[in-house]
Design a protein around this ligand. Structure first.
Ligand code: THU
Length: 160
């Protein structure tokens, strides 16, 4: 038996204002998308913005449904749209922001496990890392240099 240690390294910015210009630009797009979320059941709005290597910016937000599991997270709304519209483009980075209508979210809110798996598919497909920035409504912003860094032991096509 041997022990295996898996580490993730994240960069933490104290505030949105400290972000590099290109990340701030994308986060502002995610914030605008968050405002348009359809989240009448959870009152929890999420915005996602995706920058492609063809300079397109795709945004998405969570879309809820009276049949709860039929709803979709912001990240997948955005990334599937990007994949559908620009199947040959690579994803350079994503910005994510989440806020609740019932309390202020001040800590960084990471993408859920299902969204990490969905994003992983594209990172593997394009064989290049996708940078991910995530935050609440305000407060610290976390950067991950790749999706793999957020999802160790990913299940991907190599197992099929
Ligand atoms: N949600 C997202 O859009 N992204 C995530 O990564 C986590 C959760 C949405 C789904 C649902 O509409 C609401 O947030 C509450 O879970």
């Amino acid at each position: 038996m041997k022990e295996v240690k898996i580490e993730s390294v994240l960069q933490v910015y104290e505030h949105f204002d400290e972000l590099p210009e290109e990340a701030m630009f994308l986060m502002k797009k995610a914030m605008a998308a968050r405002e348009k979320a359809y989240a009448p059941y959870s009152n929890f709005s999420v915005g996602a913005a995706v920058l492609l290597d063809n300079d397109e910016v795709i945004t998405g937000n969570n879309q809820e449904n009276a049949s709860y599991p039929s709803g979709l997270c912001a990240e997948r709304t955005a990334i599937y749209y990007a994949g559908a519209q620009f199947p040959n483009a690579k994803i350079i980075r994503m910005a994510l922001t989440a806020g609740s209508r019932t309390k202020q979210t001040v800590s960084p809110i990471p993408p859920c496990g299902a969204c990490r798996q969905a994003i992983a598919e594209y990172e593997v497909k394009q064989d290049a890392p996708i940078e991910i920035y995530f935050m609440g409504e305000t407060g610290k912003v976390v950067k991950s240099h790749s999706l793999a860094n957020l999802l160790p032991l990913v299940f991907d096509k190599s197992f099929l």
